[in-house]
Design a protein around this ligand. Structure first.
Ligand SMILES: [Zn+2]
Length: 281
Protein backbone atom coordinates (compact mmCIF):
# COMPACT_ATOMS: atom_id res chain seq x y z
CA UNK A 1 0.00 0.00 0.00
CA UNK A 2 1.66 3.27 -1.10
CA UNK A 3 2.21 5.95 1.55
CA UNK A 4 0.01 8.97 0.97
CA UNK A 5 -0.36 12.24 2.87
CA UNK A 6 -3.33 12.26 5.27
CA UNK A 7 -4.52 15.64 4.00
CA UNK A 8 -3.60 18.61 1.80
CA UNK A 9 -1.69 20.66 4.40
CA UNK A 10 1.99 19.89 3.90
CA UNK A 11 4.31 20.03 0.90
CA UNK A 12 4.84 16.72 -0.93
CA UNK A 13 6.83 15.85 -4.02
CA UNK A 14 7.74 12.71 -5.96
CA UNK A 15 10.51 10.37 -4.78
CA UNK A 16 11.65 9.80 -8.38
CA UNK A 17 10.88 10.44 -12.03
CA UNK A 18 8.09 8.68 -13.95
CA UNK A 19 7.32 8.67 -17.66
CA UNK A 20 4.05 7.92 -19.46
CA UNK A 21 3.33 8.01 -23.18
CA UNK A 22 -0.05 7.87 -24.89
CA UNK A 23 -2.52 9.36 -27.34
CA UNK A 24 -4.18 12.76 -26.90
CA UNK A 25 -8.00 12.76 -26.91
CA UNK A 26 -8.40 15.64 -29.37
CA UNK A 27 -5.21 15.59 -31.47
CA UNK A 28 -5.01 11.78 -31.69
CA UNK A 29 -1.23 12.27 -31.54
CA UNK A 30 1.20 10.47 -29.28
CA UNK A 31 2.89 12.52 -26.58
CA UNK A 32 5.06 11.92 -23.56
CA UNK A 33 4.89 13.26 -20.00
CA UNK A 34 7.73 13.12 -17.47
CA UNK A 35 6.87 13.85 -13.82
CA UNK A 36 9.88 14.87 -11.72
CA UNK A 37 10.53 15.86 -8.10
CA UNK A 38 10.64 19.60 -7.40
CA UNK A 39 11.60 21.55 -4.28
CA UNK A 40 9.61 24.58 -5.42
CA UNK A 41 5.91 24.76 -4.49
CA UNK A 42 3.50 24.38 -7.39
CA UNK A 43 3.26 22.49 -10.67
CA UNK A 44 5.85 23.68 -13.20
CA UNK A 45 5.58 22.85 -16.90
CA UNK A 46 8.40 22.80 -19.43
CA UNK A 47 8.88 21.03 -22.78
CA UNK A 48 10.85 17.93 -23.69
CA UNK A 49 11.42 19.19 -27.24
CA UNK A 50 12.29 22.84 -26.49
CA UNK A 51 14.53 24.46 -23.92
CA UNK A 52 12.52 27.06 -21.99
CA UNK A 53 12.17 28.05 -18.35
CA UNK A 54 9.47 26.07 -16.49
CA UNK A 55 6.17 27.92 -16.09
CA UNK A 56 4.38 27.62 -12.74
CA UNK A 57 0.71 26.93 -13.45
CA UNK A 58 -2.04 29.34 -12.47
CA UNK A 59 -5.62 29.91 -13.69
CA UNK A 60 -4.63 32.81 -15.98
CA UNK A 61 -3.03 30.20 -18.26
CA UNK A 62 -6.41 28.60 -19.06
CA UNK A 63 -7.74 29.15 -22.60
CA UNK A 64 -10.83 27.99 -24.51
CA UNK A 65 -11.98 25.17 -22.31
CA UNK A 66 -15.24 23.81 -23.71
CA UNK A 67 -14.38 20.09 -23.81
CA UNK A 68 -11.12 20.03 -21.91
CA UNK A 69 -8.83 22.38 -20.01
CA UNK A 70 -6.20 23.91 -22.31
CA UNK A 71 -3.30 25.99 -21.01
CA UNK A 72 -1.53 28.78 -22.90
CA UNK A 73 2.10 28.56 -21.78
CA UNK A 74 4.18 31.23 -23.47
CA UNK A 75 3.78 30.67 -27.21
CA UNK A 76 2.57 27.06 -26.84
CA UNK A 77 -0.70 25.47 -25.87
CA UNK A 78 -1.12 22.32 -23.79
CA UNK A 79 -4.54 20.63 -23.95
CA UNK A 80 -6.40 18.16 -21.73
CA UNK A 81 -4.38 18.77 -18.57
CA UNK A 82 -7.24 18.18 -16.13
CA UNK A 83 -6.91 14.46 -15.36
CA UNK A 84 -3.16 14.71 -14.83
CA UNK A 85 -3.55 17.77 -12.58
CA UNK A 86 -6.38 16.04 -10.69
CA UNK A 87 -4.11 13.04 -10.07
CA UNK A 88 -1.22 15.21 -8.86
CA UNK A 89 -3.29 17.47 -6.62
CA UNK A 90 -5.76 14.79 -5.54
CA UNK A 91 -3.15 12.34 -4.25
CA UNK A 92 -1.54 15.12 -2.19
CA UNK A 93 1.39 16.25 -4.37
CA UNK A 94 2.15 19.98 -4.25
CA UNK A 95 5.66 20.26 -5.79
CA UNK A 96 6.09 18.68 -9.25
CA UNK A 97 7.99 19.43 -12.44
CA UNK A 98 6.06 18.33 -15.53
CA UNK A 99 7.91 17.93 -18.84
CA UNK A 100 5.79 17.36 -21.93
CA UNK A 101 6.26 16.69 -25.64
CA UNK A 102 3.61 17.67 -28.18
CA UNK A 103 0.50 19.72 -27.51
CA UNK A 104 -1.81 17.50 -25.47
CA UNK A 105 -1.50 15.37 -22.33
CA UNK A 106 -2.22 11.68 -23.14
CA UNK A 107 -5.73 10.55 -22.20
CA UNK A 108 -4.58 7.05 -21.08
CA UNK A 109 -7.74 5.23 -19.91
CA UNK A 110 -9.87 8.40 -19.64
CA UNK A 111 -9.57 8.59 -15.84
CA UNK A 112 -6.76 9.54 -13.42
CA UNK A 113 -6.00 5.92 -12.50
CA UNK A 114 -2.95 5.45 -14.76
CA UNK A 115 -1.44 8.69 -13.44
CA UNK A 116 -1.96 7.46 -9.87
CA UNK A 117 -0.26 4.16 -10.79
CA UNK A 118 2.63 6.13 -12.31
CA UNK A 119 2.95 8.23 -9.13
CA UNK A 120 2.78 5.09 -6.97
CA UNK A 121 5.64 3.55 -9.01
CA UNK A 122 8.03 6.03 -7.35
CA UNK A 123 6.05 7.18 -4.29
CA UNK A 124 5.71 10.51 -2.50
CA UNK A 125 8.15 12.20 -0.09
CA UNK A 126 7.84 15.40 1.96
CA UNK A 127 9.07 18.48 0.07
CA UNK A 128 11.69 20.77 1.60
CA UNK A 129 9.42 23.83 1.37
CA UNK A 130 5.77 24.33 2.38
CA UNK A 131 2.99 24.11 -0.20
CA UNK A 132 1.37 27.33 -1.33
CA UNK A 133 -0.91 28.27 1.52
CA UNK A 134 -4.41 26.87 1.48
CA UNK A 135 -6.95 29.42 0.51
CA UNK A 136 -9.16 30.51 3.36
CA UNK A 137 -12.63 31.47 2.26
CA UNK A 138 -14.27 34.10 4.45
CA UNK A 139 -17.47 34.62 2.50
CA UNK A 140 -19.48 32.43 0.16
CA UNK A 141 -18.51 32.85 -3.47
CA UNK A 142 -20.69 31.91 -6.45
CA UNK A 143 -20.09 31.68 -10.20
CA UNK A 144 -22.68 30.77 -12.83
CA UNK A 145 -22.99 30.21 -16.57
CA UNK A 146 -26.49 29.65 -17.95
CA UNK A 147 -28.16 27.25 -15.52
CA UNK A 148 -24.83 25.90 -14.27
CA UNK A 149 -23.73 27.04 -10.82
CA UNK A 150 -20.70 26.59 -8.61
CA UNK A 151 -20.72 27.83 -5.02
CA UNK A 152 -18.02 27.82 -2.36
CA UNK A 153 -18.80 28.25 1.32
CA UNK A 154 -16.38 28.36 4.26
CA UNK A 155 -15.90 24.98 5.95
CA UNK A 156 -13.43 23.22 8.22
CA UNK A 157 -12.66 20.59 5.59
CA UNK A 158 -12.39 20.36 1.80
CA UNK A 159 -15.76 18.93 0.81
CA UNK A 160 -17.10 18.57 -2.71
CA UNK A 161 -20.68 18.04 -3.83
CA UNK A 162 -21.56 17.52 -7.50
CA UNK A 163 -24.99 17.29 -9.09
CA UNK A 164 -25.62 16.38 -12.73
CA UNK A 165 -28.92 16.09 -14.55
CA UNK A 166 -28.92 14.54 -18.02
CA UNK A 167 -31.99 13.72 -20.13
CA UNK A 168 -30.36 10.40 -21.13
CA UNK A 169 -31.86 7.61 -19.04
CA UNK A 170 -28.48 5.90 -18.58
CA UNK A 171 -27.21 8.91 -16.60
CA UNK A 172 -30.21 10.92 -15.38
CA UNK A 173 -29.92 12.68 -12.04
CA UNK A 174 -26.80 11.87 -10.01
CA UNK A 175 -25.40 13.42 -6.84
CA UNK A 176 -22.10 12.62 -5.17
CA UNK A 177 -20.43 14.21 -2.17
CA UNK A 178 -17.06 13.57 -0.60
CA UNK A 179 -14.88 15.03 2.13
CA UNK A 180 -11.70 14.82 0.12
CA UNK A 181 -8.48 13.23 1.37
CA UNK A 182 -5.70 11.80 -0.80
CA UNK A 183 -6.80 8.22 0.03
CA UNK A 184 -10.45 8.90 -0.76
CA UNK A 185 -9.49 10.66 -3.99
CA UNK A 186 -7.56 7.59 -5.15
CA UNK A 187 -10.33 5.13 -4.24
CA UNK A 188 -13.51 7.08 -5.03
CA UNK A 189 -12.69 9.59 -7.77
CA UNK A 190 -9.50 8.72 -9.69
CA UNK A 191 -10.91 5.60 -11.46
CA UNK A 192 -13.96 7.45 -12.89
CA UNK A 193 -13.62 7.76 -16.69
CA UNK A 194 -14.65 10.50 -19.05
CA UNK A 195 -17.91 9.93 -20.92
CA UNK A 196 -19.59 10.99 -24.13
CA UNK A 197 -22.63 10.37 -26.30
CA UNK A 198 -22.92 8.35 -29.51
CA UNK A 199 -24.84 11.09 -31.32
CA UNK A 200 -22.18 13.72 -30.49
CA UNK A 201 -19.27 11.60 -31.68
CA UNK A 202 -19.76 12.28 -35.42
CA UNK A 203 -20.30 15.99 -34.81
CA UNK A 204 -17.12 16.30 -32.71
CA UNK A 205 -15.09 14.24 -35.22
CA UNK A 206 -16.34 16.50 -38.06
CA UNK A 207 -15.09 19.51 -36.05
CA UNK A 208 -11.64 17.91 -35.91
CA UNK A 209 -11.99 16.97 -32.24
CA UNK A 210 -11.76 13.68 -30.31
CA UNK A 211 -9.45 12.09 -32.92
CA UNK A 212 -7.95 9.99 -30.13
CA UNK A 213 -11.23 8.77 -28.60
CA UNK A 214 -11.75 5.00 -28.52
CA UNK A 215 -13.98 2.65 -26.58
CA UNK A 216 -10.95 2.02 -24.32
CA UNK A 217 -10.58 5.60 -23.09
CA UNK A 218 -14.14 6.93 -22.76
CA UNK A 219 -17.51 5.59 -21.68
CA UNK A 220 -19.99 6.04 -24.53
CA UNK A 221 -23.68 6.48 -23.81
CA UNK A 222 -26.42 5.71 -26.33
CA UNK A 223 -29.21 7.20 -24.21
CA UNK A 224 -30.72 4.05 -22.71
CA UNK A 225 -27.41 2.50 -21.74
CA UNK A 226 -23.67 2.27 -22.35
CA UNK A 227 -22.13 0.72 -25.44
CA UNK A 228 -18.95 -0.29 -23.58
CA UNK A 229 -19.90 -1.42 -20.07
CA UNK A 230 -19.24 -2.28 -17.32
CA UNK A 231 -19.08 0.95 -15.34
CA UNK A 232 -16.52 1.15 -12.53
CA UNK A 233 -19.15 2.78 -10.26
CA UNK A 234 -22.94 2.99 -10.85
CA UNK A 235 -22.53 6.79 -10.66
CA UNK A 236 -19.26 6.98 -12.60
CA UNK A 237 -20.34 10.10 -14.63
CA UNK A 238 -20.89 12.35 -11.59
CA UNK A 239 -17.65 11.12 -10.03
CA UNK A 240 -15.83 12.03 -13.25
CA UNK A 241 -17.32 15.53 -13.02
CA UNK A 242 -15.63 15.84 -9.61
CA UNK A 243 -12.38 14.53 -11.09
CA UNK A 244 -12.49 17.35 -13.66
CA UNK A 245 -13.32 19.92 -10.95
CA UNK A 246 -10.41 18.72 -8.78
CA UNK A 247 -8.07 19.01 -11.79
CA UNK A 248 -9.19 22.56 -12.48
CA UNK A 249 -8.91 23.56 -8.79
CA UNK A 250 -5.42 22.04 -8.62
CA UNK A 251 -4.32 25.11 -10.61
CA UNK A 252 -4.79 27.21 -7.47
CA UNK A 253 -4.61 24.71 -4.63
CA UNK A 254 -7.54 23.37 -2.69
CA UNK A 255 -9.62 25.78 -0.59
CA UNK A 256 -10.67 24.92 2.93
CA UNK A 257 -14.29 25.10 1.92
CA UNK A 258 -17.31 23.25 0.71
CA UNK A 259 -17.68 23.39 -3.06
CA UNK A 260 -21.08 22.65 -4.58
CA UNK A 261 -21.30 22.31 -8.35
CA UNK A 262 -24.50 21.91 -10.36
CA UNK A 263 -24.00 20.93 -14.03
CA UNK A 264 -20.32 21.81 -13.94
CA UNK A 265 -18.13 22.57 -16.95
CA UNK A 266 -14.46 23.37 -17.38
CA UNK A 267 -15.30 27.04 -17.99
CA UNK A 268 -17.32 27.22 -14.79
CA UNK A 269 -14.59 25.48 -12.77
CA UNK A 270 -12.03 27.88 -14.17
CA UNK A 271 -14.23 30.88 -13.32
CA UNK A 272 -14.11 29.67 -9.73
CA UNK A 273 -10.37 28.98 -9.81
CA UNK A 274 -9.77 32.55 -11.06
CA UNK A 275 -12.07 34.00 -8.36
CA UNK A 276 -10.24 31.96 -5.67
CA UNK A 277 -6.85 32.92 -7.07
CA UNK A 278 -7.75 36.63 -7.10
CA UNK A 279 -9.22 36.49 -3.58
CA UNK A 280 -6.03 34.91 -2.21
CA UNK A 281 -3.95 38.09 -2.61
ZN1 LIG B 1 -12.55 14.74 -17.70
Amino acid sequence: MPIRPANYEDGWTLAGTVVRRGIGLHTGESSEVHLLPSQKAGFHVSWLDESTDPITLEPSHVRGSSLCTTLQLGSRKLATVEHLLAALGGCGLSHVDIKVSGQEVPLLDGSALNWIEAIDDVGLVPASSPRKRLLEIEHPLTCSRGNSVIAVTPAKTFTLVAVIDFPQKAIGHQIFSIELTPDRFVKEIAPARTFGFVDQVEQLRASGLIKGATLDNALVCNGEGWINPPLRFPDEPVRHKLLDLIGDLALVGFPQAQVLVYKGSHQLHTDLAVALFNSSF
